[in-house]
Design a protein around this ligand. Structure first.
Ligand SMILES: Nc1nc2c(c(=O)[nH]1)N[C@H]1C(S)=C(S)[C@@H](COP(=O)(O)OP(=O)(O)OC[C@H]3O[C@@H](n4cnc5c(=O)[nH]c(N)nc54)[C@H](O)[C@@H]3O)O[C@H]1N2
Ligand SMILES: Nc1nc2c(c(=O)[nH]1)N[C@H]1C(S)=C(S)[C@@H](COP(=O)(O)OP(=O)(O)OC[C@H]3O[C@@H](n4cnc5c(=O)[nH]c(N)nc54)[C@H](O)[C@@H]3O)O[C@H]1N2
Ligand code: SF4
Ligand SMILES: [Mo]
Length: 694
């Protein structure tokens, strides 16, 4: 029998709504949910490769317990009872001896993150962290410092924009399907795209203006744009008068940063900066300066992300058609959101977090997410206290935290590593126990509260039964909790029970999701009134150019610009990023995606390559202060001479993932683990490397 199941893709975290065609227990086809505006049936390459994941015999098929040394690949296949008892017994002993706070759980934020947070609170640990800071911590902090909202609480009206500026936001390769479709439509209708990157990406090829910036100098460009915008009075005066605090401080600060000054720093001609500012002045307020995620990642990234948001404010884009909007929740229309387990009366935890977020040592990053890249330091230095167990849940610290060698040394100190994964990832390979989760097509998940211009809820509905001996994450965690006798916080036996519990009081039922996969609280788009209705969540209720968040913590709102150092002779600034065919470190072993992009290459500028005698296809050795490795070179004039580039996520070491084993090079082997101590992001692009023919 053929049926259609509406669900949510999870080949990456964007969670596009999908329609899955099922015959018997087989998935025959997956496409974008046609009922959802912006999806138009489309999916990205990874979304299509979900079928490859479902039928992949190289994913983890049953719980496994390691029998040889860590990383030796000696495993015993065990029953769920055996695996769960093993984990619970170890955790019990660790908690008894070192306290609940010695247990850390790190995960990529997902729909059931409320369950893992509850699990940690139940065992008395403050040490839950997500990927958020590692991905974009400083964007989050910048948003809170200016508007009182995190980046996750804002979005862009791509479809109606007249001009979008993206700083290394390589949207047409680092994909969100709805955003891509909407922006393509806007471009077809005449919108402009200004794209800034030291490297010519696919997005650069679709741009109306591409600026090959000197790596790391975007902040200088933005200060010069502000300089012109203020001097030539190109900003939205009415909006600024009504909503901004600290305008005069900003104005006097940027006076020194002229386009001529910025030309020397960025390599972008002064006249280009002036004409860009003037064009944006004409197109405002239907303008977007995308806050981005992974473009320029440096130790002062907080100020770069703030500068992007300040430009949005100056052009009055907030709550304008074709600009930046704050996501609206069900409360806007008198509705109630789905419940979360964390809303229960959970035990208080007394210890500070392992990363010290929320203390005066690290006051500003978002305590809802923590700062994951601090983990290796916390373990190695036993500061603030010894950590003994790590549960890695859909997160691979070995590849996703910079400096793999250091992370490995830290993991070696732990008494227990548990991986809740679907693949033989490098962390699964290095763990003591693997608890395999059913993949997204095989499980129901917690409700997705989708705030936006129209608040909605989506449901990941199970399309087919699990092919192998796997379970949904919230069931796995509940079953460990039972063994630790803290299961009273988990009022469900099945995923359906959990979802029904979440929906209580919302006025919606699980059956309401059958037809289209989502429910809407309203069918009208909600924009707030730009004259009087914007609810900024800063202490002043305004946009804080001079930020109380920063200043109260002892940081300046406008520190003087520090010039970006050029690499020494024979060195390059390493920059990294994504391609359309892979998700981070997850999909390199996918049978379809591996066939299309099997390995990463080192992009190197043609003139620099010539000096080093390097040709495309040559094997080269790349080395930094913290590691080195071999990779094939790709010689091109499409990259700035100061930088070399490689895709993130390759160079896997797990031998049970045979297609991706040792293909390409792991960027985390080379990148130093240093952090923007104000915003929380790792400084991914602050490592210099030497390159030579191997
Ligand atoms: N296909 C695919 N799509 C994804 C993901 C995925 O893994 N695969 N992941 C999702 C996630 S979690 C994220 S965070 C986003 C990431 O989205 P993006 O941040 O758009 O993605 P990256 O590929 O990391 O792009 C970084 C770009 O910044 C450029 N860059 C490096 N240094 C500088 C600089 O100094 N200035 C400027 N202006 N640019 C610089 C790099 O050359 C690179 O092109 O993508 C999301 N979408
Ligand atoms: N060196 C370097 N480090 C980076 C980046 C970089 O560019 N370079 N990018 C950063 C960014 S932007 C991000 S967002 C993070 C992402 O960091 P991660 O979350 O670590 O990366 P992912 O590839 O999304 O997924 C990690 C693990 O989840 C598993 N997985 C996939 N689906 C499921 C599932 O349904 N259930 C379970 N239990 N497991 C699943 C995969 O097999 C993989 O082992 O990495 C950051 N770290
Ligand atoms: S962007 Fe692609 S992989 Fe990510 S959820 Fe959407 S379709 Fe799936
Ligand atoms: Mo990310």
């Amino acid at each position: 029998m053929r049926k259609e199941v509406y669900s949510l893709c999870f080949m990456c975290s964007v969670r596009c709504p999908i329609k899955v065609t099922v015959e018997g227990n087989e998935v025959k086809w997956i496409e974008g949910n046609p009922h959802v505006a912006g999806m138009e049936g489309s999916l990205c390459p990874r979304g299509m490769a979900g079928i490859g994941l479902l039928y992949d015999h190289e994913r983890v098929q049953s719980p496994m317990i390691r029998t040889g040394p860590r990383g030796s690949g000696q495993w015993k296949k065990v029953s769920w009872d055996e695996a769960l008892n093993f984990v619970a017994d170890k955790l019990k002993a660790i908690i008894q001896k070192y306290g609940g706070h010695s247990v850390v759980l790190g995960e990529r934020t997902q729909l059931s993150t409320h369950v893992s947070k509850t699990f940690l609170r139940a065992i008395g640990s403050p040490n839950h962290f997500t990927h958020d800071a590692i991905c974009k911590g400083s964007v989050n902090t910048a948003g809170r410092s200016l508007f009182g909202y995190t980046d996750a609480q804002m979005n862009f009206d791509y479809g109606n924009t007249k001009h979008i500026v993206m700083y290394g936001r390589n949207l047409f390769e680092a994909i969100e399907v709805k955003a891509v479709n909407s922006l393509m439509k806007a471009l077809e209708n005449g919108a402009k795209l200004t794209y800034i990157d030291p490297r010519v990406t696919i997005t650069a090829t679709k741009a109306s203006r591409y600026l090959m910036i000197r790596p790391g100098t975007d902040l200088a460009l933005n200060y010069a744009l502000m300089n012109v915008i203020l001097k030539e009075r190109l900003f939205d005066r009415e909006f600024i008068d009504r909503w901004a605090e600290g305008f005069s401080e900003l104005e006097s600060f940027v006076q020194q940063y002229t386009p001529e000054w910025a030309e020397k720093e960025t390599g972008i001609p002064a006249h280009e900066i002036v004409s860009l500012a003037r064009e944006l002045g004409q197109d405002k307020p239907s303008v977007i300066f995308h806050f981005g995620y992974r473009g320029a990642h440096h130790t002062n990234e907080i100020y770069f992300r703030r500068s992007i948001l300040i430009l949005n404010a100056l052009m009055g884009t907030i709550e304008a058609k074709g600009g930046l909007f704050i996501k609206k929740g069900p409360g806007e229309v008198g509705g109630k959101p789905a419940r979360k387990l964390t809303e229960q009366d959970l035990p208080k935890v007394e210890h500070v977090r392992f990363d010290k977020v929320g203390t005066k040592d690290f006051p500003l990053p978002d305590p809802n997410h923590g700062v994951g890249q601090i983990l290796p330091y916390a373990i190695l230095e036993e500061n603030p206290y010894p950590l003994k167990a790590l549960i890695a849940y859909r997160f691979d610290p070995l590849m996703s935290i910079p400096d793999t060698n250091q992370t490995k040394r830290a993991l070696d100190k732990l008494d227990l590593i548990v991986a809740i994964d679907i693949n033989y990832s490098d962390i699964a390979w290095y763990s003591d126990v693997i608890l395999p989760e059913s993949i997204y097509l095989e499980r129901m998940d917690s409700i997705q509260q989708a705030n936006g211009l129209k608040p909605q809820m989506f449901l990941r509905q199970q399309a087919v039964p699990p092919r192998y001996d796997t379970r949904p994450g919230p069931i796995i965690l509940k079953q460990i909790a039972e063994r630790l006798e803290v299961d009273k916080y988990f009022p469900y036996n099945t995923m359906e029970d959990l979802v029904r519990w979440q929906l209580e009081g919302t006025g919606f039922s699980i059956e309401d999701f059958k037809e289209k996969g989502f429910v809407a609280y309203t069918d009208k788009q909600i924009f707030w009134d730009r004259k009087d209705g914007i609810k900024f969540k800063t202490p002043s209720g305004k946009i804080e150019f001079v930020s109380s968040l920063l200043e109260n913590a002892g940081f300046e709102s406008f520190p003087a610009y520090e010039p970006v150092s050029a690499p020494k002779e024979g060195e390059f600034r390493l920059i990294v990023g994504r391609c359309a065919q892979h998700t981070h470190v997850s999909t390199q072993n996918n049978p379809y995606l591996n066939e299309i992009v099997p390995e990463n290459l080192l992009w190197i500028n043609d003139k620099e390559a010539e000096k080093l005698g390097i040709k495309t296809g040559d094997l080269v050795e790349v080395s930094s202060e913290v590691g080195s490795g071999i990779i094939k070179a790709y010689v091109t004039d499409m990259i700035h001479p100061e930088s070399v580039f490689m895709l993130h996520g390759f160079g896997h070491e797990s031998k049970l993932a045979t297609r991706s084993l040792r293909k390409g090079l792991n960027d985390s082997l080379l990148i130093k683990n240093i952090t923007d101590r104000i915003g929380g992001s790792p400084a991914f692009h602050d490592t210099f490397v030497k390159v030579k023919k191997s």
